[in-house]
Design a binder for this molecule. Structure first.
Ligand code: ATP
Ligand code: MG
Length: 430
């Protein structure tokens, strides 16, 4: 409530549009997913890297590409107090590449493998599966150009989906060539689209001269229809890219990793070369990509670093969580024990006892003062506590404490020093 003159104004704040809170009990799925990723990625040699949430704007323009949706219309960019242009990161790769070069990480044993988790920011139209602040778990591997690396990273993504219990994920695969074969492909595209250009959406008309590959990524219905029969990149790959692609597919077959070839998979960022891939689900509506990635063999060099091939992917957490929610029954954590107390002396005793039981690994809730025993027990019940201890004057005098198992209604009295054993017995039986 604020006062303006005599007027009282009721303020009701909400998070900015497209930006959401993650609350309990949902948070438990997030934590479990992140923990699974961390544990699994470490088995493949990935270590965590934490880069800042803001970077110099140039870093994103140069890596993602000037004529991409992200740079053209989705970045949160502002000037800091010294007039520098700063941007909230719209994705993770550019920052990891910047850090790789800044700290000369190429000097360490190759390949260098990193994973990160955290929020990304894009000024997009909020809708199902699309937010302005969203979370990604991503990985980046530097220093290895062999297709075995591509196979390993794609398989790792698939193992992760399995480890968190997601089934029915499709892995789409493509190769978008390199600086040698792409000009030829671009020309083939320009030729094909030339006569149809007037019918494309205004964005695609612009893309035609700036970045024709982007047309393949357009989600507008009539552009999708107009693309029908367009030249396909895999048919225009140079020998090097074509061999790389074949060797990758051979390895994925050996690993029994199912995939679908999608010759239109170009991805929305400019830095990709050769392998691109996406993990998609049919349960997400039109925002069906849960994870996406690819090789970016030139980016480190373009950033002024040493020539270093690299590959990575990013998982969109919100879309992943949506899929997990469909099959998870979320439960809030329940206390093992509630300590109800009557009077100040008992309250102090309860406070200390709670600490001792927590040290032994139990989740313990206490009474904070003031309330009657009846209302304390009501609170224990509402929290669904499995066990209650009651300390009052009589208990303090006799040195014995009343206990009650709220699940099977058994109760009794116990010496203070035996509490943890009775708690253990009762919780095991529960
Ligand atoms: P899309 O085609 O869905 O816009 P993208 O090509 O922009 O995806 P990437 O930049 O490759 O996506 O990001 C990797 C993953 O991050 C996506 O597959 C998706 O799961 C997630 N993601 C991207 N943008 C958003 C967003 N605005 N809100 C929620 N998740 C997102
Ligand atoms: Mg996008």
């Amino acid at each position: 409530m604020i006062r303006r003159g005599k007027e009282k104004i009721q303020l009701r704040y909400s998070a900015p549009k497209g930006i959401h809170d993650i609350l309990p009990p949902d948070i438990s799925i997030w934590q479990k997913t992140e923990a699974t990723a961390k544990e699994l990625f470490q088995k493949y040699g990935y270590q965590e890297i934490r880069t800042p949430i803001i970077e110099h704007t140039d870093i994103f323009i140069r890596s993602i590409g000037e004529n991409t949706d992200i740079v053209e219309k989705e970045m949160y960019t502002f000037s800091d107090r010294a007039g520098r242009s700063i941007t909230l990161r719209p994705e993770g790769t550019a920052s990891v590449v910047r850090a790789f070069i800044e700290h000369n990480l190429q000097n360490f044993t190759s390949p260098q493998k990193f994973y990160y988790t955290g929020p990304m920011f894009r000024y997009e139209r909020p809708q199902k599966g699309r937010f302005r602040q969203f979370y990604q778990i991503g990985v980046e591997a530097f220093g290895e150009r062999h297709p075995t690396m591509d196979a390993e990273i794609i398989t790792m993504l698939c193992s992760f989906m399995k480890a968190i219990g997601l089934e029915g994920i499709n892995f789409e695969l493509n190769s978008i060539g390199c600086e040698k074969c792409r000009p030829d492909y671009k020309n083939a595209l320009l030729l094909f689209f030339k006569d149809k250009l007037d019918n494309f959406c205004p964005d695609c008309q612009r893309r035609y001269s700036l970045n024709p590959l982007r047309i393949l990524d357009c989600k507008v219905e009539r552009c999708i229809a107009l693309r029908h029969g367009s030249p396909l990149i895999p048919e225009h790959l140079c020998d090097d890219c074509s061999n790389h692609f074949e060797e990758l597919k051979e390895r994925l077959r050996i690993l029994q990793m199912p995939y679908t070839l999608n010759p239109e998979l170009v991805r929305g960022l400019d830095y990709y070369t050769k392998t691109t891939f996406e993990a998609t689900s049919n349960h997400l509506g039109s925002q069906k990509a849960v994870a996406a990635g690819g090789r970016y063999d030139k980016l480190v060099e373009e950033f002024g670093g040493p020539a270093t091939p690299a590959i990575g992917f990013a998982i969109g957490m919100e879309r992943l969580i949506t899929l997990l929610m469909e099959k998870t029954n979320l439960l809030s954590p329940v206390p093992d024990c509630f300590i109800a107390t009557i009077g100040k002396e008992a309250e102090l005793k309860g406070l200390l006892l709670a600490e001792q039981l927590r040290e032994k690994g139990y989740h313990v809730e206490i009474h904070y003062g003031g309330a009657s025993l009846k209302s304390q027990l009501r609170r224990a019940d509402r929290m669904d506590s499995r066990f209650v201890l009651i300390i009052g004057d009589d208990e303090l005098r006799s040195g014995k404490i009343k206990w009650k198992n709220l699940k099977n209604k058994e109760q009794g009295e116990i010496e203070i020093e035996d509490i943890s054993s009775i708690l253990k017995n009762n919780l095991e039986r529960y």
